[in-house]
Design a protein around this ligand. Sequence first.
Ligand code: GDP
Ligand code: IMO
Ligand code: MG
Length: 422
Amino acid sequence: MNTIIVGLQWGDEGKGKIVDYLTEGADIVVRGQGGNNAGHTVIAKGVRYILNLLPSGIIWDGKINIIGNGVVVDPSGLVAEIERNEALGVSVTPHKLLISDRAHVVFPFHKELDAAREIALGDQKIGTTKRGIGPTYSDKVNRCGIRIADLLDEEFTREQVTRRLVEVNEILAKYDLPQFTADAVLKEIYTAFARLRPHVTNTIPVLYAAWKAGKSILFEGAQGTLLDIDYGTYPFVTSSNTTSGGSCTGSGLPPNAIGRVIGVCKAYTTRVGSGPFPTVDEGLSEYLHGLGREFGVVSGRPRGCGWLDTVLLRFACMVNGVTGLAVTNVDGLDEYETLQICTSYDIDGTIHTLPPADRKAWDRAVPVYETLPGWKSDTTACTEFSQLPAQAKAYLARLSELCGAPIAFVGVGPDRVQTLVV
Ligand code: GDP
Ligand code: IMO
Ligand code: MG
């Protein structure tokens, strides 16, 4: 069966861990959107792997990993990531990793344009990862992007880069940011591309043939539903469709190839970067940071933490077509006396059970909470769902009821083995 793994909150829900867990029974793992703004953590057999662009299946032997057409690829970033993981014993061969020839390329100047845009926004900045994601997707939609297939023709790429740099350098000059020459850009790109070239192929027929042969394909979502360019807290979002539909447009496999959609969420809520976060809670943030938890994998920034928000989750289950929930980090709440679940927002006296579209309404959204008793015991050693304390089961049952989706997996620790199947 083909499965989409999608984030239901603002990213960092634990997608990497769930993808890794499900990879054992899969043949292929595919990324369909985003770039190396993603940071997916997998902990297995005592080793901690961080995957940004590489699908998390890369750490398994004998699995094919595909970077699909909807992804934006930073060549030097990807080579550094490959080398970092090779040093941990991961093999990255052309047989194991395929890169779509239709994927767009993140150039060094896209990262500087990302920085320029943030400077221009001032106190309204998005708090991006500065990986050039927005500018690369802008160029794609603006029809002036450069794709992996274009890199195969160096002269053509030189012409395109030279043309693009005229406008780019003008923008960068305004913000006192470094200027680029075509020579320097091409040198960086082609040094990295030499390593990547054997991996480049038309990935669409590969996936189509795998589907028709009844292979099991996993789609690894990046970011989360509330960072989706359409469904998220616009403009404080990323620049791709992070929701389940993005897996199809980003890979070339059609919707009828998909068997199930696993939505990943934490047992609480976190967010890194700017933008609305109604259930944020200083006490919970301090508590989790004190445990050494909830620091960003990509930027090291502390993530804001807050109570579980089922307004977001209900919406996320709708737009993704979630068939099962994976609730991670349940153990993060182990010590808490009482827990809050947000069931709706009060916006100017009106109750909302779905997120508003109006960006100003977010600032006036007051969470309406339900209080549940905590379980006050260590869940990290549980190996079966049935071993969870009764209060933890009740918390999860209420979460499921409020979101309208059944629970399929529960995470009680960062390790591969700390995953409970329901
Ligand atoms: P992703 O971007 O969705 O893959 O998530 P990240 O890896 O950025 O962040 C999730 C963090 O939670 C990582 O540090 C994981 O190791 C960790 N994690 C995932 N599931 C669990 C869990 O059930 N319990 C605990 N304690 N940590 C978890
Ligand atoms: P994973 O896949 C959490 C956030 C950034 C910023 C906004 C836009 O690990 O869940 P961008 O660089 O994409 O233009 O930044 O999106 N963001 C993430 N937050 N997890 C991620 O990925 C994220 N990728 C982007 O912090 O608020
Ligand atoms: Mg992450």
